[in-house]
Design a protein around this ligand. Structure first.
Ligand SMILES: O=P(O)(O)OC[C@H]1O[C@H](OP(=O)(O)OP(=O)(O)O)[C@H](O)[C@@H]1O
Ligand SMILES: O=c1cc[nH]c(=O)[nH]1
Ligand SMILES: [Mg+2]
Length: 216
């Protein structure tokens, strides 16, 4: 079987609504942050299907014994927000994955070269090979940052087949790089925009997600 990158754009009205709010240049930071939180929540909800490990058992209801399924607490789960902008999606993701460990990764692009550099790395030396990893980064533009994040994770034992990325706006250069390097990876995004301009911004996109989230 040939592995291929899978990119899902869930047709959910709440995802469309909060994307519209986030795209609107007139949206103030306080509301932009809410939009990011909500997008983090609904994209995580979608990404968690067939990804969250479960265990089957039975429970005694007041009226009898019935089959039951719980989330398996033994399988390690991790969320990796790519700072800064990925923090905006984290809060919503965390409400659905309360048992996940959060490992922060701070990456910033050089404004001229667009090359990412790492200024904070709270990843463990080694991940358990069964760890489910959810990466949060709202913007996948040239792809430099997400490729760097994937390199940091895989060299610490993360299995791309157990990894999901949630983003808000994904662009072709990032998707092409991810598909070439990590076929089989699965992405959930609110939209795919067609272009990245010569300053590395996605068009129409939503502007600088980090600045808009933190009012800088
Ligand atoms: O695909 P790329 O071309 O690498 O661009 C995407 C990255 O750019 C933004 O981060 P930025 O460097 O602006 O940092 P910030 O989140 O702190 O604003 C965004 O949050 C992504 O991490
Ligand atoms: O459009 C873009 C591209 C990268 N990072 C952003 O915040 N916005
Ligand atoms: Mg930024």
């Amino acid at each position: 079987m040939t592995l291929q990158l899978r990119v899902y754009v869930p047709p959910h009205p709440l995802i469309k609504h909060w994307l519209a709010v986030a795209r609107d240049a007139a949206t103030p930071s306080v509301l932009f942050r809410s939009a990011m939180t909500e997008l983090g929540r609904w994209l995580t909800y979608e990404a968690a299907r067939e990804w969250l490990p479960t265990q089957d058992t039975t429970v005694q209801s007041p009226l009898g014994i019935c089959p039951a399924t719980y989330i398996d607490p033994e399988v390690p789960m991790a969320v990796v927000p790519i700072l800064r902008a990925g923090l905006g999606l984290l809060e919503g993701a965390q409400t659905l994955l309360p048992l996940a460990s959060i490992y922060h990764l701070g990456l910033v692009r050089d404004e001229t070269t667009l090359q990412p550099s790492c200024y904070l790395n709270k990843l463990p030396e080694k991940f358990h090979p069964q760890t489910r990893v959810l990466i949060t980064d709202p913007m996948l533009a040239t792809g430099g940052s997400i490729i760097k994040a994937m390199e940091e994770l895989t060299q610490r034992g993360v299995d791309p087949a157990l990894t999901r990325i949630i983003s808000v706006v994904a662009a072709p250069p990032a998707l092409q790089k991810l598909g070439a390097a990590y076929p089989g990876l699965i992405i959930y995004t609110a939209t795919i925009d067609e272009q990245v301009n010569d300053r590395g911004f996605i068009v129409p996109g939503l502007g600088d997600a980090g600045d808009r989230t933190f009012g800088t």
